[in-house]
Structure formats: structure tokens, C-alpha cells
Design a protein around this ligand. Structure first.
Ligand code: 26Y
Length: 820
């Protein structure tokens, strides 16, 4: 597979092969004859890094010496995916790589497969951060991604005999990581614990222990921009015993305890998303990377100056807080400015508020982080004092702005009462310059519901930036067939930098020849995925069936249950003869999802899906008509194979719960049609691709609210729809648990008595839309026409556009000047 439209570097394939040989010899000490694919991978990565080195250094120099404000993207997660092909693409070395590897006698795919995917994120939020830093570099905006280099990424998912999820550690650093450069000389000390004392009229923090933060730098090459930014991920190391003993005057054995503890800080990514985990270690992680990153930015822009003028800090860099996870950076910057640099409170506040902006990624109240003040006091006593003072100042400010005392009380950053806690979203909304949601509907709901009081008082802070995805990874790399066809159709490959150009494909949706070519690309992608699924998972997929996919974290609000209940009902319809076998549109239903290890109902849903898959697979009555597969350990690599092969994309969350979604954008851009609710970015996708080209169903946000108000009773829906009743009864009666009625009892009971996300209420509408889907699918030309219209009208969902919006609405900066 070659990728002919890759921008070219002037290096020839023969030269690149020599560079790889050189790395094999001088970096790894192996001959080409001894080399394994993994060696070639490391050598190639090392060679690519060297190609990027000059641009990387120049980008940093231009940033430091110029007047363009940089962006610091503070994120606890960066879900980067494999780096090799992306780095080759962006450095213009793709063709040379394939030729050089061939010359060296290796199979390119084996070399690519040798890279272990870093899973340093849970899902959407982490992947968004990765897309954003790609776009920042591609637009030539000077930027740092700042995060944590977890030793263990998101767990590796396996399924046991019973179909239950089993979590295995993801020790991704067992092999060499040629992309990350550890920079011991640019470490930072991060302090914890201890107490605050009064010294010469000043509050002085006497920490009890410290962690050494060591940066690991990853190059982030822009596509065709000549710019290379930095992703700086911090690793926690301990200081030596001597140092610890001076810090902690207790016994030796007690003194080494913190040393062991120090290294734990960057050890593991918390696998929870959406539901809050109030773990001490998590707060330590958050402070660890926020503190190290802020100090690092000061070092980058002011060097080691004793008395830098930090009033210019907000002109040098603007920090985006990716959700509440880095919000402890706000009191940290206050502390740095006051305690370390001697600024007065007001000046420090002025600098801090100009420096930070906050993105909220949720509407679920349980996902808004709240920390017990006692915990903050224990780990970060000085920060608690600062937060108290911020809260006092805030209350005072509010008293001048409103007479509504109840409102003032509701807005407290530090809650009143016996066990006060700190609401990180409120702290960010008060201290940040801008607050944004991640899709139009979500930003509106933030203003109307979640952060309503704040938007009442500070309306100008609130804005929207709809998410986006990088077309480089999710079109060019993931879908070379479609990319080539688009380039052919448009007569240029400039669309990879300006995705709105896809609009010009619209007329081609009426060109039957083009539509057939498009259909062929889709079919080839289905075959490619079927082959992959066979070799990777042992699944036998029929590429002539409709590929119907639902990939996302497993969560009740996302409603995988709705999909599996519909599958069960269809299965029952075929079994009972209610639907004639010949009338069924053959479908392959594909799930990919990890559940948080402690999320009981989510894990049970995984078990159910696996067992439905098994029962259907063993039933000759539905053979060739219905198949369910659940490739385990869904990750970026699987996404890159599966999204291009998908024809129908499931975005079926309860309206008002999915902040945006980003796979919906990837699917539309890869020519899948969406069946979805009016939720998150689905709303905007539908607006752009056209209502005729989107399968809409289900309650709206208003209808959902009304139903909550009218005391929603799911059992009524169960009684009213015989198909739904049959499906739930089958889950209850042991059809998918070898006759055991207990296995899914908690799930069934939840559906019938609570069903907080109203799966049952939307079931009938979800079923009704299926006949529309199947009728259209029967007319392949029409289906593919609509799929092309999805591609043509989704250019807006490029993360380049999202970044442009951030630049205009939030960051107020732009690209570095280019040389004439
Ligand atoms: C507090 C901690 C447990 C936590 C950790 C991770 C909380 C949340 C998360 C991750 C959230 C996340 O991935 N949110 C998703 O962000 C995407 C990017 O904006 C959205 O598209 C998606 O709707 C949202 O669920």
C-alpha cells in the first residue's frame, strides 16, 4: 500500500534506507541482517525524529523570540495512537519509507505493527487533545501539550469464557519508546503536604515531601506547515534518600515511604470517565502535572531570570484547561506568583485570570469534580488558603453584582457547612477568561443548566467551540482508498489542509460512476476490516452484509442497551417467523467499548452483548442474517480500521447527555450514515449533511425533561411495545445465560424500575427508524449518494476548524509568521 499523495521530502528512498541502516548500527547496534521488524521500527522512528529536529528547534526559537502568544493545552489525557505513519505523513517521508523498508527486505506492515499503541487516555477527551495538538502544529500555531506520561495506560480489555470484561495492565513502556525524549536537565520539583507557617508577615509553605517531575518530549509535526510543536508528558521520579531526609526529619524507613509513593504518581491512568473518582492519588496527579507545566512555561519564556516580569506571562502563553482535571493549576499559578515571585494578590489575580480558559466536556453532574477541602488541605495546604481567599473575593464580588442571596450561595467555590468541598468547575468558571462547551447544544445547556448562575453573571465568558477531528489520521491514514478517490474527485489533495473543500464533492453525488467508485472503496474497506477481524479476533465477517457499528465507552447514557435490545428483538422476530427471513437486511452489528472497572451495570451490559453474540452465532435460523461481534480492546488502531468500513453509525445517547461525541464526525467524514438522537454534535452534523441524509429518532432534550418531570415509569413502555417486552423477557429468562435467570437480573430490574436514561421510552422510535434504514440500504446507489453527501458536508468537523475557532474566540492568537 503506498500513499501517493503524501507531500514529499527531498530525501530519496535510498537515502532513507541508509539513514535507517545508520540508526540500526549506531543507535541500536544491530546489522540489517540481525534486525527484527521491531528494530526497523525503532530505527525508522529515530531517523524520522532527526528529520524533524531542525523544524522543532526553529519552532521553539521562533516562539520564544517572536511575539506570537503560544497555547498550552493542559490535559490529563492525550490519546495519541500510533505515531509512525503519522510522523511519516507529516514529514513527507511516506513513500520513501515503503521503498526503503522493502529495500531492507522487510514487510512494511510488520514494521508498523511493531509499534505499541500508547493508551494514555480514556476516550473522547483524550483523543480530542491529540487531534488538537495535530491541528495546532498543522496551522503553525506555537503550542505545548502538557500532560502525564503514565506508565500504565488504559487497561487492555479481554473477555473471559462467560463474556465478562477482564482488565489487564497496559504496560506500554516494556519496549523502547523511540518518540519520547527524556530531558533530565529540565526537571521540576513538585512539593506536597506539610504545613503553612507565618514568617515575617508572610504565609510560607513548608512541604513534607517532593516529587521530581521529568519531562518526556514528543515531537508534534504539523502537516505541510514546517512546524513541529512539543507534547511534554511528565514522569514522576523520587529524589534520593538524602534529599528526602532533609525534607522529612523522621526515621529512615518512614523517609523512604514517600520515595516509593513519589513514583506512583505517574504510574497509572484512572480508567474512569464520566463518573467522578475522588481519589487522593488522582489529585496528586493533577497537581503534579499542572505545577510542573506552569513552572516549565515560565522557564521556557523567561529562562532562569531571578526577577522576570511575569505581568507579561498572559502575552506569552494562554492555557486551556481540558476539563476540570488541571484546574488546580489556578491556585498554583497564584501561589507561584505570590510566594515564589513576590507579586501582590491583585497583580497575581490579574495575571492568573488572563492566563486560563476552561473547557467543560460533560453535562453529567457526577462528572464535575469536587474535592473535599480537607484533602486539598492535607496535600496542598497553601492552595487551600488561596482557594479560600479566592472564594471570599468571589462572594464579595457577587454581592456587588446581584441581590440574589440564594444565587450567591449556590455559586460558592468552597461549599459551606461541616465538610466543605471545592468545586473545580466553579473555580475554573470564575477564574478563567473563557468557558466553553464542545458542541452548540452542549454549550447552550451549560449556560441554561449546568453553569447557569455563572453565565447569568458573566455572560461574556461563555462561548462554544464545536469539537473536530484531524483529517490526517482519520481520513488520510485510516482510509487511503477514500482519500485517493476524494483527491481524484477534487483534482487536488489540498482538502487535507482545508477540509471545507470537501463541499466540492457534492455534485459528484449525482454522478453514478463516482458513486459506484465510492461504493467500491467502502466495500474494499469492509473486506479489509473482515480480514483484520479474522486474523486479530478469529471472527468470520461477511462483507456483503451491512456493517452497523457502535464504538464508544460503555456508559448507560450512551445506551448500548438500546442497540442490543433492538438486536434481540430482531432476533426474536426472525425466530418466531414474525419477520420473514428473506425480508431481513443482513447486518453485522459491531460493538467496541471499554467499561470502567468498577461500573457494574456497564460491565454487565458487555457480558450481555457478548452472550447475545454467542447465542445468535450458534443459531442456524438467523445464519447470514444477523451477526453480532464485539472486538475486545477497542483502541485507536481498531478505530482506524473499523470507521472506514462502517456503513451505519450508532449515535443513540439520551438527548442532552453526550456533550459532543467525536466518532460521529469521523464516521460522517468516512461516508457512514448516522442513526442518532438530537444530542451533542449530532445536531450540527444533521444540520450540515441535511435531514434527508441522517436517520433521526428519539426524544429531544425538552421531551426528556418533561418525561422526568412526569415521573417516568419505564414499565409502561415495556408493557406497551410487545417487541421490547419480548426482548427484555429473553434477557430475564436466561436465553443469554444458559437458562440462569440471575445473571442479568440487576440489569433487567434497572430497566424496569429506573431506566434513568430512558432506553425503554426511546425503543419504539428506534425500531421504527430501522425500516427506513433498510429501505434505503436496499437501494445501494441512493445509500451511497447520501453517504457522499455526508462526506461532502462534514468538512466543518475538522479539528483545524475547531482550533481556528479557539484562536478567534478564546486564545486570541494565531500562527507564527512564515518566512518570506
Ligand atoms: C473525573 C474523571 C473521572 C474523568 C476522567 C475522564 C472524567 C471525565 C473523563 C473523560 C471525559 C470524556 O471523554 N468526555 C467526552 O469528551 C469528548 C470530547 O469533548 C466529547 O465528545 C464526549 O461527548 C464526552 O463524553
Amino acid at each position: 500500500m503506498t500513499e501517493l499523495t503524501a507531500p514529499k521530502s527531498s530525501v530519496t528512498a535510498a537515502q532513507f534506507a541508509d539513514e535507517i541502516r545508520n540508526e540500526l548500527k549506531y543507535t541500536q547496534g544491530v546489522t540489517p541482517e540481525q534486525a527484527k521488524p521491531a528494530d526497523i521500527y525503532v530505527a525508522t522512528a529515530t531517523a524520522v525524529r532527526k528529520h524533524l529536529m531542525d523544524s522543532w528547534m526553529k519552532t521553539q526559537q521562533d516562539m520564544i523570540n517572536g511575539n506570537t502568544k503560544a497555547v498550552g493545552y493542559l490535559s490529563a489525557e492525550f490519546l495519541m495512537g500510533k505515531q509512525l505513519r503519522n510522523a511519516l505523513l507529516n514529514s513527507g517521508l511516506t513513500d520513501q519509507f515503503y521503498a526503503a523498508v522493502k529495500e531492507l527486505g522487510f514487510d512494511a506492515q510488520e514494521v508498523i505493527d511493531a509499534e505499541y499503541e500508547p493508551g494514555l487516555g480514556n476516550g473522547g477527551l483524550g483523543r480530542l487533545a491529540a487531534c488538537f495538538i495535530d491541528s495546532l502544529a498543522s496551522l503553525g500555531v506555537p503550542a505545548f501539550g502538557y500532560g502525564i506520561q503514565y506508565r500504565y495506560g488504559i487497561f487492555r480489555q479481554e473477555f473471559d469464557e462467560e463474556g465478562r470484561q477482564v482488565e489487564r495492565p497496559d504496560y506500554w513502556l516494556t519496549n523502547e519508546d523511540p518518540w519520547g525524549h527524556i530531558d533530565y536537565a529540565r526537571d521540576q520539583r513538585v512539593n506536597f503536604g506539610g504545613e503553612v507557617v507565618e514568617e515575617a508577615g508572610k504565609r510560607v509553605w513548608k512541604p513534607a515531601w517532593a516529587v521530581r517531575a521529568i519531562p518526556v518530549d514528543y515531537m508534534v509535526p504539523g502537516y505541510e506547515s514546517g512546524r513541529v510543536n512539543t507534547l511534554r508528558l511528565w514522569q514522576a521520579r523520587s529524589y534520593d534518600e538524602f534529599d528526602l531526609l532533609t525534607f522529612n526529619k523522621s526515621e529512615y524507613l518512614d523517609a523512604v515511604k514517600p520515595q516509593v509513593k513519589a513514583e506512583d504518581i505517574s504510574k497509572i491512568l484512572y480508567p474512569e470517565d464520566s463518573t467522578e473518582v475522588g481519589k487522593e492519588l488522582r489529585l496528586e496527579q493533577q497537581y503534579f502535572f499542572a505545577s510542573a507545566s506552569l513552572h516549565d512555561a515560565i522557564r521556557v519564556f523567561y529562562g532562569d531570570a531571578e526577577k522576570p516580569d511575569l505581568t507579561t506571562f498572559p502575552d506569552k502563553i494562554t492555557f486551556q484547561l481540558n476539563d476540570t482535571h488541571p484546574v488546580i493549576g489556578i491556585p498554583e499559578l497564584m501561589r507561584i506568583l505570590i510566594d515564589e515571585y513576590g507579586y501582590d494578590w491583585d497583580t497575581a489575580w490579574d495575571i492568573t485570570t488572563k492566563t486560563f480558559n476552561y473547557t467543560c466536556h460533560t453535562l453529567l453532574p457526577e462528572a464535575l469534580e469536587v474535592w473535599p477541602a480537607s484533602l486539598i488541605g492535607k496535600l496542598l495546604p497553601r492552595h487551600l488558603e488561596i482557594i479560600e481567599k479566592i472564594n471570599d473575593q468571589f462572594m464579595h464580588e457577587l454581592e456587588g453584582l446581584t441581590d440574589d442571596e440564594a444565587k450567591i450561595e449556590r455559586m460558592r467555590i468552597l461549599t459551606a457547612g461541616e465538610n466543605p468541598s471545592v468545586r473545580m468547575a466553579y473555580l475554573a468558571s470564575y477564574a478563567g477568561s473563557h468557558v466553553n462547551g464542545v458542541a452548540e447544544l452542549h454549550s447552550q445547556l451549560l449556560k441554561d443548566v449546568t453553569l447557569r448562575d455563572f453565565s447569568d453573571i458573566y455572560p461574556a465568558k461563555f462561548t462554544n467551540v464545536t469539537n473536530g477531528v484531524t483529517p490526517r489520521r482519520f481520513m488520510k491514514l485510516a482510509n487511503p482508498g477514500l482519500s485517493a478517490l476524494i483527491t481524484e474527485g477534487l483534482g487536488t489533495d489540498k482538502w487535507l489542509e482545508d477540509l471545507e473543500l470537501l463541499k466540492n464533492l457534492e455534485p459528484l453525488a449525482q454522478d453514478d460512476e463516482f458513486v459506484k467508485k465510492f461504493a467500491k472503496v467502502k466495500y474494499d474497506n469492509k473486506v479489509r476490516f473482515a480480514d483484520f477481524a479474522k486474523s486479530e479476533y478469529g471472527f468470520k465477517l461477511d462483507p456483503t452484509t451491512m456493517f452497523d457499528t457502535m464504538i464508544k465507552r460503555l456508559h448507560e447514557y450512551k445506551r448500548q442497551a438500546l442497540k442490543i435490545l433492538e438486536v434481540i428483538a430482531t432476533y426474536a422476530d426472525i425466530k418466531s417467523g414474525k419477520v420473514k427471513v428473506e425480508d431481513v437486511t443482513p447486518r453485522t452489528v459491531i460493538f467496541g467499548a471499554k467499561a470502567a472497572p468498577g461500573y457494574y451495570l456497564a460491565k454487565m451490559t458487555i457480558q450481555l452483548i457478548n452472550n447475545v453474540a454467542k447465542v445468535i452465532d450458534n443459531d442456524p435460523d438467523v445464519m447470514g442474517k444477523l451477526k453480532v461481534v464485539f472486538p475486545w480492546n477497542y483502541n485507536i488502531r481498531v478505530a482506524q480500521m473499523l470507521i472506514p468500513a462502517t456503513e451505519l453509525d450508532e449515535q443513540i445517547s439520551q438527548a442532552g447527555k453526550e456533550a459532543s461525541g467525536t466518532s460521529n464526525m469521523k464516521f460522517a467524514l468516512n461516508g457512514a450514515l448516522t442513526v442518532g438522537t438530537l444530542d451533542g454534535a449530532n445536531v450540527e452534523i444533521r444540520e450540515r449533511v441535511g435531514a434527508d441524509n441522517f436517520f433521526l429518532f428519539g426524544m429531544t432534550v425538552d421531551e426528556v425533561d418533561k418525561m422526568y418531570e412526569s415521573n417516568y415509569d419505564p414499565a409502561k413502555f415495556y408493557e406497551a411495545d410487545p417487541r421490547l417486552k419480548t426482548a427484555i423477557d429473553m434477557v430475564a429468562d436466561g436465553t443469554f445465560s444458559n437458562g440462569d435467570k440471575e445473571t442479568y437480573a440487576p440489569l433487567v430490574s434497572d430497566w424496569l424500575t429506573k431506566d434513568w436514561f430512558m432506553t425503554l421510552a426511546d425503543f419504539t422510535a428506534y425500531h421504527d427508524i430501522q425500516s427506513q434504514i433498510e429501505t434505503l440500504y436496499a437501494d445501494q446507489l441512493e445509500w451511497n449518494r447520501k453517504a457522499i453527501l455526508n462526506v461532502a458536508n462534514s468538512g466543518y468537523f475538522s479539528s483545524d476548524r475547531s482550533i481556528e475557532d479557539y484562536l478567534d474566540r478564546v486564545w486570541m492568537t494565531g500562527p507564527l509568521p512564515t518566512e518570506k
